[in-house]
Design a protein around this ligand. Structure first.
Ligand code: NAD
Length: 309
């Protein structure tokens, strides 16, 4: 399964947030090596969101320039999304690709999570992605092209002990992507979600050594950068990737069951209990493509109740 034509990004401008290290650095390097002009955004603080330094972004910009690519540094926090996007407009006059990748961790069990731990993690991941996307969107709309990535996590999809704040933010990003994908569709603005697992300072000491050494961020970058190419038609997809492997992830909905005997009857606790095994039966689960399918199926439920099926 090889393709002859090299995928290029000439003329495209990409903003990669948190590109001073880990996954973001790999996205920035790959995009630049394929002709994109890149804004390397990074606040340069610690992995728990303390401090700031220009060094992280500067080193990656230098790396790109040395290899003959074009890049500028941006040191703003993603929470100031308008400033991040402004750097792209001032330096290159446009923005085509936005990879919302910046992130921090403040792991604590739910009881020990302070308001500050909650607020900062949600601010960087969720609000930061919202602010950068909101600022980039009008430019993408005007040019009728855009590719936006939200970065989620299996911690959000499945939960993870000690990551209530992070899980909430990461699942919030799935919801944000769902709506951005719908709002951007008619202007060829696609928004997809990456669910990565990679060795970085964020996962050092968390992932077992045997996995850590194999989970190179460079193995995920081509998957994310492909999602940003004009030839990729996916919009609203969730893609999990790690270790040189990738898959689409879906939400599914069971067939369900009515929880009252007929249209004239109330819903009782006891009837709910009696129907529970059918309510929770996922053997006929399927993926729904849109909210209209979810609400539309309620008409069928009413019809079935009327006919006593
Ligand atoms: P990383 O710590 O190496 O990189 C994150 C970068 O974001 C850092 O360079 C940091 O300085 C920057 N950053 C932090 N706060 C910022 C802010 N307010 N504004 C701008 N930049 C900021 O971590 P990574 O593993 O490469 O993670 C990248 C993304 O992938 C994160 O969103 C993370 O939650 C997500 N993720 C990573 C994994 C994994 O296994 N590594 C798994 C799931 C999700």
């Amino acid at each position: 399964m090889t393709s002859a034509a090299k995928l290029r990004f000439d003329g495209r401008v990409a903003v990669v947030t948190g590109a001073g290290a880990g996954l973001g650095r790999e996205y920035a390097l790959l995009l630049a090596s394929r002709g994109a002009k890149v804004v390397v955004n990074d606040l340069g603080g610690s992995h728990v969101g303390e401090g700031a330094s220009q060094r992280a972004a500067d080193v990656v910009v230098e790396e790109i320039r040395k290899s003959g690519g074009e890049a500028v540094a941006d040191y703003n926090s993603v929470i100031d999304g308008a400033k991040v996007i402004d750097t792209a407009i001032k330096a290159f006059g446009r923005v085509d690709i936005l990879i919302n990748n910046a992130g921090i961790l403040r792991d604590r069990s739910i009881v020990k999570t302070s308001d500050q731990d909650w607020d900062l993690v949600n601010a960087v991941h969720l609000k930061g992605s919202f602010k950068c996307t909101q600022a980039a969107f009008p430019h993408m709309k005007a040019q009728n092209f855009g590719r936006i990535i939200m970065t989620s996590s299996n911690s959000g999809i499945y939960g993870n002990f000690g990551q209530a704040n992070y899980s909430a933010a990461k699942m919030g990003l799935v919801g944000l992507a769902n709506t951005v994908a719908i709002e951007g569709q008619k202007n060829n603005i696609h928004c997809n979600v990456i669910i990565p697992t990679a060795a970085s300072r964020m996962t050092e000491g968390i992932l077992p050594d045997i996995l850590f050494n194999e989970l190179k961020p460079s193995l995920i970058a081509p998957v994310v950068v492909y999602l940003c190419h004009e030839s990729c038609e996916d919009n609203g997809s969730y893609i999990e990737s790690a270790a040189g492997w990738a898959t689409k992830v879906h939400t599914v909905r069971g067939k369900g069951s009515v929880v009252r005997p007929s249209l004239e009857d109330p819903v009782t606790l006891e009837y709910v209990q009696s129907a529970w095994s059918k309510v929770t039966d996922m053997s006929e689960a399927k993926h729904l493509n849109a909210i209209a399918e979810a609400s539309g199926s309620l008409l069928e439920v009413l019809e079935n109740l009327k006919s006593g099926d």
